[in-house]
Structure formats: C-alpha cells, structure tokens
Write a protein that binds this ligand. Structure first.
Ligand SMILES: Nc1ncnc2c1ncn2[C@@H]1O[C@H](COP(=O)(O)OP(=O)(O)OP(=O)(O)O)[C@@H](O)[C@H]1O
Length: 241
C-alpha cells in the first residue's frame, strides 16, 4: 500500500508545487497520476521515492516511512524516472548488473530475470553495447529493466510510455497488468489520457498541486457527464480549477 498524508512541497520558500495531498493506493491496483504540465506529478513522485523531502506530511510505502525508514521503504519499490539518460558510459548489461548489485539480487536470479526481460523488450542483442549508443526507447527499456531487477512490490514510473515503440509499450502495459494482478502496485504518471483510460484501475487528477478527482474511470464518467470522452472531462477538470 502507498499512503500519502497531507503532503505539501514548497520550493524556494515561495512556490507551493504540491498542496496538502492525500492519496492511498491499494495492493492490486494500477494507479494513474494524471495532470497537465507543471501540475505537480513529478514533484509528488520525487517525494514518494525519497529524491526530495516533503515540506510537510507523511509518505509510507508498504508501511515504511520514506523519511524515517528510508532504506526499507526504498527496497519496496522500483522507480523509472522521466528521463532515461543516465549511466550512458555503461553497457546495458553492466547497468543491469550494477542495479542488481545495489539491490543484492543473487547471481542466478538476476541472470534469469535479465534474460526474460531482455527477451520481452527485444533488446538482447544490444545488452553488450554502451547505453550512449541506444535510442531513447532503448534507454527507456533498460531503465525499466533496471528498476525491476529486484522484483519490487511497488512500481513507480514517471511518464513510462514516452519514446517506447508500440510493441514495447504494449509489453510494458501487459507487465503492469500482470504485476497488479499478482496483488502488487503500479503507480505511474502520464498526460496521455488514452494510456490511463486503457489500463488504470483508478486515477487521480492533479492540477496546480491539488487533487481534483480520485477514483475509478467509471466513477469519473459518472461524476461528469455520461459518455463524455476522458479528454473532455480532463479539460473540464483542469480548466475550472
Ligand atoms: N526544483 C524546482 N525548483 C522550483 N520549482 C520547481 C522545481 N521543480 C518543479 N518546480 C515547479 O513546481 C511545479 C510542479 O512541477 P512538476 O515538475 O512537479 O510538474 P509535472 O506535473 O511533473 O509537470 P510535467 O508534466 O511538465 O513534467 C511547476 O510549477 C514547476 O515549475
């Protein structure tokens, strides 16, 4: 379970990027975090993953407080940031082994995991190449693979579909569904409404740091007018905020 309680982030003592956010993500859910540019999605994800500290409030991942029990909390999730441009000098396989080392994944387990993920993402042939020679989509794939090396209960992904070709996006969506169906959590941010519409069990819509709506897509459709496209609902939500 992910529990976000009264979380606020103020940048430079002036700019409130996230304002008194409350959110609970339950086991078995794919949870979409939706919002326009600058809404506060990445800021929330950075607080969730312990990259930055909340100005106020509390965040727990599987009961572990990200501020006071950081290591235990961090072990429970795998994180895919919004830019995959990192560790460019490493070869793909070196990066995966590096991630597996950090999370103390036994040699045999990691080998099987790398083989199975590489096959799914059709990246086997490139694992011996440096990441700097990869396309954006290939970098995205290797970062996703790295985040999954320790088989985390909670997946946290910031705009994960960006740059993936249709086959890879399809595979990732299937993997997200399988993970949620096994009783685990997937939380991801997006401003691509169709992605959320297709795979999320619940969504939260955030704008100007505040949650405007949280619930199932069905509830959202009922909440607004029947049969209206998510895009219209989304515009309605954000325009009048
Ligand atoms: N390090 C920072 N210092 C100051 N302000 C910041 C910082 N990071 C983000 N902001 C501001 O906080 C607000 C929320 O930004 P954030 O990156 O969380 O939005 P987002 O929903 O992820 O947007 P996008 O979809 O464009 O990535 C924006 O107004 C942004 O300019």
């Amino acid at each position: 379970m992910i529990e976000i309680s009264n979380v606020t982030k103020v940048y430079n003592n002036t700019h409130k990027a996230v304002d008194s956010l409350n959110l609970t993500v339950k086991d078995g859910e794919i949870f979409g975090f939706l919002g326009p540019n600058g809404a506060g999605k990445t800021t929330t994800i950075k607080m969730l993953t312990g990259i930055i500290e909340a100005s106020e409030g509390e965040i727990r991942l599987n009961g572990k407080d990200i501020k006071n029990d950081t290591l235990a909390a961090k072990k429970s999730f795998g994180f895919v940031p919004d830019s995959p441009d990192m560790f460019l000098r490493l070869k793909g396989i070196e990066y995966l082994n590096f991630m597996a080392d950090i999370y103390e994944v036994p040699k045999e387990t990691r080998k099987a995991r790398i083989e199975s993920l590489a096959k799914r993402f059709e990246i086997e042939a490139a694992l011996g190449d440096r990441i700097q020679s990869y396309s954006h989509g290939m970098r995205q794939k290797i970062v996703v693979m790295g985040a999954l090396m320790h088989n985390p209960d909670i997946w946290i992904l910031d705009e994960p579909m960006t740059g993936l070709d249709p086959k890879a996006a399809f595979e990732l969506k299937n993997m997200m569904r399988e993970h949620a169906n096994s009783g685990k959590i997937v939380l991801f941010s997006t401003h691509v409404l169709e992605v959320a519409e297709k795979i999320c069990d619940r969504v939260a819509i955030i704008n100007k740091g505040k949650i405007l709506f949280c619930g199932t897509l069905k509830e959202m459709k009922e909440h607004f007018k029947e049969n209206e496209s998510l895009e219209n609902m989304f515009l309605e939500l954000t325009e009048n905020a």
